[in-house]
Design a protein around this ligand. Structure first.
Ligand SMILES: Nc1ncnc2c1ncn2[C@@H]1O[C@H](COP(=O)(O)OP(=O)(O)O)[C@@H](O)[C@H]1O
Ligand SMILES: [Mg+2]
Length: 245
């Protein structure tokens, strides 16, 4: 399988959103929100963008406290966090004023339960005017609405959409080293709309095709691959409902 970054429609919209945030008019708040189901390529697109734009990337974790979040920010800014809580916040502010960076907070769902952590991100934005982008699951939008002061500052919102048939075909064409028949592409479309699973299927089907000296992948190979992988596939489908994206 080719190691490639596919510029899906979601990715293109995301790039536009980041440009809008960076070039916003004076007085327009600079917070953004990206949300959508797991496996649609949010983290992949955002980390790709973060590397190219020297943005700070933070991934929230279960039970992440406000202090932990701020420490991560300070460390990503290249500093050693102070000991006192209020000092850490001021340290992050001072550093961001000195050297403005875009802050990306992935898996934000973990901190939407604790209002303090999200309110701290709002404070950080107010004090520094740095762009802060939150990334979460489908429910993130609804959950963040409860934090009215923060939600007011979100000037750009993007939902990562499920792939269309044409997009799935484009993804397969770009990633699969071995050609896939139209029937095989339609079969994948009927089974999954998630990047993670598409990637897994292409990978396995390529292995089978290579082992058998085949020059194209058809529906039969895919069905075989899916039977072999059935327990794992089901696990992923079940867990994706409860897991963060
Ligand atoms: N734009 C892309 N180009 C190529 N592969 C991708 C792309 N987006 C996602 N993937 C693949 O799909 C997997 C799942 O994507 P991920 O970003 O983790 O989804 P999400 O954060 O929405 O749950 C990635 O690990 C990667 O293998
Ligand atoms: Mg993710």
């Amino acid at each position: 399988m080719r190691k490639k970054f596919v510029k899906t429609n979601n990715v293109k919209k995301f790039i536009t959103m980041m440009n809008n945030l960076q070039n916003r008019a004076e007085g327009v708040p600079g917070m953004g929100l990206v949300y959508g189901e797991p496996g649609l390529g949010k983290t992949f697109a955002i980390t790709w963008w973060a590397i190219q734009n020297n943005a700070v990337y933070i991934r929230c974790a279960n039970n992440m406290s406000t202090r932990w979040l701020l420490e991560e920010v300070v460390e990503e800014l290249g500093e050693i966090p102070y000991t006192k809580f209020s000092d850490i916040f001021n340290q992050a502010v001072a550093q961001l004023i000195k050297q403005p960076r875009i802050i990306i907070v992935d898996e934000v769902d973990y901190i939407t339960i604790d209002s303090k952590a999200v309110e701290t991100l709002r404070d950080l934005h107010d004090k520094t005017d740095c762009v802060i982008v939150l990334i979460g699951m489908s429910s993130a939008n609804r959950r963040l609405m409860r934090h009215k002061h923060l939600y007011d500052r979100i000037s750009e919102i993007q939902k990562f959409e499920i792939f269309t048939k044409t997009e799935i075909a484009q993804i397969i064409n770009e990633l699969s080293e071995i050609e896939m028949t139209d029937c095989a592409k339609n079969f994948i479309y009927s089974k999954t709309k998630r990047f993670r699973q598409i990637v897994k299927l292409i990978n396995k089907a390529e292995q089978v095709a290579k082992a058998n000296g085949l020059s194209s992948i058809d529906e039969i190979i895919l069905k075989e691959v899916m039977i072999d992988d059935e327990p794992n596939q089901n696990d992923e489908l079940n867990s994706s409902n409860s897991k963060n994206g």
